[in-house]
Design a protein around this ligand. Structure first.
Ligand SMILES: Cc1cc2nc3c(=O)[nH]c(=O)nc-3n(C[C@H](O)[C@H](O)[C@H](O)COP(=O)(O)O)c2cc1C
Length: 355
C-alpha cells in the first residue's frame, strides 16, 4: 500500500458491487473506539473481506463535528466498507444517510444492538429491539435513500432474555428491504456477559431468505468454523477476537482450507504491532492513537510468555520508539500463545470502556 496517501472518500459509486457475504469472507465488526481506519486496514491485510466503521450517530452527522467526521475517514484500500449508523428517528437517520452518501459511501448498517446506556436512553441501539415496527420504519427510510442491497441491520435477541423480538424484527426487516442481518445472540440486558446463544442464529437463518452473519463469542478461528457448522449462517464477523488477534481472519481462512494456522508467536505479534504503528502514522492520529495502542498491545500479547512485563512497559509507553522497542523484544519470543489463552475472554475491552 502506498504510504502517506491522504485520507479521502472511497471510490464507492452507485455501481459498487454487492458486499462479500459468504462463509470464507470474514468481516470485521463495528467496534466503537477501535474499528478505525488503521485497524481496518490491518485486518484487511490479514484476510478481513469487509469491515464496518465504528457506530456513527445519525444525529451527530447533522451537526457534523470533527470527531464525528473522523469516524468516516477512509481510503481506497479500505473497501468494501459498511458505515454503521445509530438513531431511532426515521427522518434523522435518513438525513444522516444522505450526508454519508454525499461523501461517497454506499453501504450502511443500522445498529440495533448497542446496550450502552447513553445510546439506549435515546431509544437507539438495542432499545430498538423493543419496537420492531419502528426499527423496520428506520430501515425502510435508509433503503429508500441508499437503494436496495445497501442496508443491513445488526440485532440482538431482544431487550431481555424473556422478551426476545429478533424473529419478529427479522421478518419485518426483510419486508422493509434489509439486504442482510447480523445477529449478536445476547439480550441487551445481558450486555457482554454469559454466552452467546448460537442456537438463535440457526432459528434466524431458518426464518429469513436474506443472508445472516453471526457475531458473538467468536474469540478464535476454531470457534468461527464451529459456529458456521452448527448454525448454517452465511458468514461470520470477528469483534473481540480481532482486537486480541488481527490475524484471526487468515487463521480462520487457513482452517476452512484444511490448513494449520501459523502459530501465534511473539515474532508474529511483533509484525502486527509494527504494521499497526505504520498504519497509524500514515492514516491515523499518531498522538491520540498512541494512547489507544497502549490498550491494544496488552491484548495482543495476552497469554504470551513475558506478557506481564510487556504490559507493564506498555502502560508507561509515551513515544513511538518505545512501541518499536517492545516489538523488538517480542521478535525474540519464538514461543506461541497457547490455545487456551487465545480462547480466554479476560482482559478484553467492553464497549463501556470504549465510549
Ligand atoms: C469495544 C467494543 C465496541 C463495540 N462497538 C460496537 C459498535 O459500534 N456497533 C455495534 O453494532 N456493535 C459493537 N460492538 C459489538 C460487537 O460488534 C460484537 O457484536 C460483539 O462484541 C459480539 O462479538 P464477540 O463476542 O465475538 O466479541 C462492540 C463490542 C466491543 C467489545
Amino acid at each position: 500500500m502506498p504510504e502517506n496517501v491522504p485520507t479521502t472518500a472511497p471510490a464507492a459509486s452507485p455501481s459498487s458491487t454487492a458486499l462479500p457475504i459468504a462463509p470464507d469472507r470474514p468481516w470485521l465488526a463495528p467496534l466503537a473506539g477501535y474499528s478505525d481506519l488503521p485497524l481496518r486496514l490491518l485486518c484487511r491485510e490479514h484476510g478481513a473481506a469487509c469491515c464496518e466503521t465504528e457506530m456513527v450517530s445519525a444525529k451527530g452527522l447533522l451537526h457534523i463535528s470533527r470527531g464525528t467526521s473522523r469516524l468516516l475517514d477512509t481510503c481506497e484500500a479500505d473497501a468494501p466498507l459498511v458505515v454503521q449508523l445509530f438513531g431511532a428517528d426515521p427522518g434523522i437517520v435518513a438525513a444522516g444517510a444522505d450526508y454519508v452518501l454525499a461523501r461517497g459511501f454506499a453501504f450502511f448498517d443500522l445498529n440495533a444492538g448497542c446496550p450502552v446506556s447513553k445510546v439506549v436512553k435515546t431509544g437507539s441501539g438495542a432499545a430498538m429491539m423493543r419496537d420492531p415496527a419502528n426499527l423496520a420504519a428506520v430501515t425502510s427510510a435508509m433503503v429508500r435513500r441508499a437503494g436496495e442491497g445497501r442496508v443491513g441491520v445488526k440485532l440482538r435477541l431482544g431487550w431481555t432474555h424473556d422478551e426476545q423480538t429478533f424473529l419478529d424484527a427479522a421478518a419485518r426487516l426483510e419486508d422493509a428491504g434489509a439486504a442482510w442481518l447480523t445477529l449478536h445472540p445476547r439480550s441487551a440486558a445481558q450486555g457482554y456477559a454469559g454466552t452467546a446463544h448460537w442456537q438463535a442464529l440457526r432459528e434466524l437463518k431458518a426464518r429469513v431468505r436474506i443472508p445472516v452473519i453471526a457475531s458473538g463469542d467468536l474469540f478464535t478461528a476454531e470457534a468461527a468454523v464451529r459456529c458456521l457448522a452448527e448454525t448454517g449462517v452465511d458468514g461470520v464477523m470477528f469483534a473481540r477476537g480481532a482486537l486480541r488477534h488481527p490475524g484471526i481472519f487468515e487463521d480462520f481462512l487457513a482452517l476452512l482450507a484444511g490448513r494449520e494456522p501459523e502459530p501465534l508467536t511473539g515474532r508474529r505479534i511483533a509484525g502486527f504491532i509494527r504494521r499497526h504503528a505504520a498504519l497509524i502514522r500514515d492514516f491515523g492520529q499518531p498522538r491520540k492513537d498512541l494512547l489507544k495502542l497502549r490498550t491494544v498491545i496488552p491484548r495482543f500479547v495476552h497469554g504470551l510468555p513475558g506478557a506481564k512485563e510487556i504490559r507493564a512497559r506498555m502502560v508507561k509507553c509515551h513515544g513511538w520508539d518505545m512501541v518499536h522497542e517492545l516489538a523488538d523484544m517480542l521478535e525474540a519470543v519464538d514461543e506461541a500463545v497457547s490455545a487456551e489463552a487465545q480462547a480466554c475472554r479476560g482482559n478484553v475491552a467492553q464497549p463501556d470502556e470504549a465510549s
